[in-house]
Design a protein around this ligand. Sequence first.
Ligand SMILES: Nc1ncnc2c1ncn2[C@@H]1O[C@H](COP(=O)(O)OP(=O)(O)OP(=O)(O)O)[C@@H](O)[C@H]1O
Ligand SMILES: [Mg+2]
Length: 229
Amino acid sequence: MDLRIPEGTTAVVLGPSGTGKSVLIKHVIGLLAPDRGEVLVHDRSLSRMSSSEVLGLRRDIGVMFQDGALFSSMTVFDNVAFPLRQHTDLPDSTIREVAAEHLQAVGLWNARDRMPNELSGGMKKRAGLARALALDPGILLCDEPDSGLDPVRTALLGELLRERHEELGGTVVVVTHNIALAKLVAEHVSLLWQGRIVSSGPAEEAFNSDDPFTRQFLAGQTAGPLGMD
Ligand SMILES: Nc1ncnc2c1ncn2[C@@H]1O[C@H](COP(=O)(O)OP(=O)(O)OP(=O)(O)O)[C@@H](O)[C@H]1O
Ligand SMILES: [Mg+2]
């Protein structure tokens, strides 16, 4: 794929299941390396960075994984506090305050002492988001943040992402199938199909596109180039 995500924007990557969206996110943080080609973050190639440089870069990238990827042996609270404990020298009282703010923002304060296996799917996603936001990362990558969430919480999550971006800036990449969420947060939209980018550009262009694939996908229609396979 050939994709450029403009820095400082909220970018949404849409595409059918199994097309490479999660693989894309894993390449941006260097969890997977491309067989060919390059991944540039802040205009620097990941393959040319030393492992300590990659670790330094990851410190400024918050990731909300598709499956939550919470630490199963830690409470929700400790999961969210973990990046702060690991990467900052903040006193414990400050860490507790910051973690509490993020837990409240995703509506999980009352579930703070639960273990991940005691959470619903949507709660795991929200805990994953709180952890991804803990260090106020310059780059936030969210893999299907809305899966498992009810419509109201999906809209609230969209607002949270948008308000946070207005306040703090940075680059936000959201992978989703949810057109309503995409409309709420996207300044930039890319469509991925079978491992290739079929369109990428400003959100208004994507939503007004007359390309058959883009139209079918964004309208959720059955007639068009896309099928179940
Ligand atoms: N680590 C890996 N090594 C090799 N192939 C992989 C790896 N992870 C995923 N794949 C394959 O890459 C393709 C894209 O997978 P990916 O998880 O990116 O899909 P996706 O677009 O995120 O789908 P969904 O919307 O269902 O989450 C699939 O065929 C998958 O089997
Ligand atoms: Mg995926």
